[in-house]
Design a binder for this molecule. Structure first.
Ligand code: F6P
Length: 371
């Protein structure tokens, strides 16, 4: 029987759903029944800490370095129950101009004898996979990010679990907000995409939702808050995406430094907004930043299922030698798209069709796309 060795890594921010996908990559690749059907026996190496794990190794003694672990169905049996990533992750780019080492990564992939590498990542990690693919490395992508901002797929692992965190935390905040007649501003993650804020806000029934794709006015927010109070509400829940900004303003960054993917860390708009609301309405207002809570915890049922489907599909792509593709979920089906089609692109909320620009909320009409 032909033997083949594949690698798998998780890069960028962690999220729930990675471990279920890892489990199903390993189980599918090493399934004995499928082995005889395919005529190939796969070996799966887990690469630790994202792309960094392919820099810092000695391929001659790869099993002794700690960055590479051979995986098997026994090892991954319970992984789908856990959040985060058992392989570890990093925001490390071998194409970082400050520390370019893509040749070393390519050399190590070859020395490890990997026929292909399955890469679980968001836009930064998958952009690296695309560039390596251009240089002749066989890669398969699996979309993950709580931001849900990857194009060509209706789902990215981690998103639903993060939404559940938002709903749970807002439910908790409602009791204290109501007791004190306070306004709560809740800042969600999502970088420059509003999906988490919009769909999280819709799911928890937020009164106001502010997204990066539509600049808001402080005056309009205050007007809406006062309108709510006049109609008899005791408290308001305002969800603001970390990348949202007021008209004429810029997004708020935590610090000016960029990471290896060239990105700044966003955060802080929630507190600024809370102060503006309190000033403008004279109503007691507090802000809460949900931050990394949205990435933590056990994967919800949907992420376990999607992780499973994506993991299986990634191995199917390898079996069929359809390298350079990302598995995707489109119109209710598991499918695949060329990595080149997503390179450098983002999937953002379309405020014209998916947002109520007057009431700063989700829409209350479902557009008939057939017309
Ligand atoms: O891309 C996922 C994400 O959680 C974003 O929503 C957020 O802006 C960023 O990562 C935070 O990054 P870090 O984990 O490096 O603080």
């Amino acid at each position: 029987m032909k033997k083949s060795r594949i690698g798998v890594l998780t890069g960028g921010g962690d999220c729930a759903g990675l471990n279920p996908a890892l489990k199903w990559v390993v189980k599918t690749a090493m399934d004995e029944r499928l082995e005889s059907e395919r005529g190939v026996r796969y070996e799966v190496l887990g690469i630790h800490d994202g792309w960094k794990g392919l820099v810092d190794i000695d391929p001659a003694t790869w099993d002794g370095t700690g960055n590479i672990t051979p995986l098997n169905p026994d090892i991954v049996r319970t992984w789908d129950r856990y959040g985060g990533t058992m392989l570890g992750t990093s925001r490390y780019s071998p194409y970082d101009p400050q520390n370019e080492c893509s040749n070393l990564v390519i050399e190590n992939i070859q020395k490890l004898g990997l026929e292909a590498v399955i890469v679980l990542g968001g836009d930064g990690t998958l952009a690296i996979a695309t560039r390596l693919s251009r240089e002749g490395i066989n890669v398969i992508g699996i979309p993950k990010t709580i931001d849900k901002d990857l194009p060509e797929t209706d789902y990215t692992l981690g998103f639903e679990t993060a939404l559940n965190v938002i709903v749970e935390e807002v439910d908790r905040l409602r009791t204290t907000a109501g007791s004190h007649k306070r306004i709560f501003v809740i800042e969600t993650m999502g970088r420059n995409a509003g999906w988490l804020a919009l769909e999280g806000g819709e799911a928890c029934g937020a009164y106001i939702i502010l997204i990066p794709e539509f600049d808001f006015s402080f005056e309009r927010v205050n007007e809406l808050v006062m309108e709510g109070r006049r109609s008899g509400t005791r408290y308001e829940i305002v969800i603001v995406a970390e990348g949202a900004k007021p008209v004429g303003g810029t997004e708020i960054v935590k610090n000016e430094e960029t990471d290896s993917f060239g990105r700044k860390t966003l955060g802080g708009i929630g507190e600024i907004l809370a102060q503006e609301i309190e000033k403008g309405t004279e109503l007691e207002t507090r802000s809460v930043v949900l931050s990394h809570l949205q990435r933590g915890g056990a994967p919800c049922a949907y992420d376990r299922r999607m992780g499973r489907y994506f993991g299986i599909a990634a191995v199917d792509l390898i079996v069929n030698q359809r390298y350079g593709n990302m598995v995707a979920f489109k119109n209710g089906e598991i499918t695949s798209v060329p990595l080149e089609n997503i390179y450098g692109k983002l999937n953002l909320v379309d405020p014209r069709t998916q947002y109520d620009i007057d009431r700063y909320n989700g829409r209350r009409t479902i557009l008939d796309s057939g017309k």
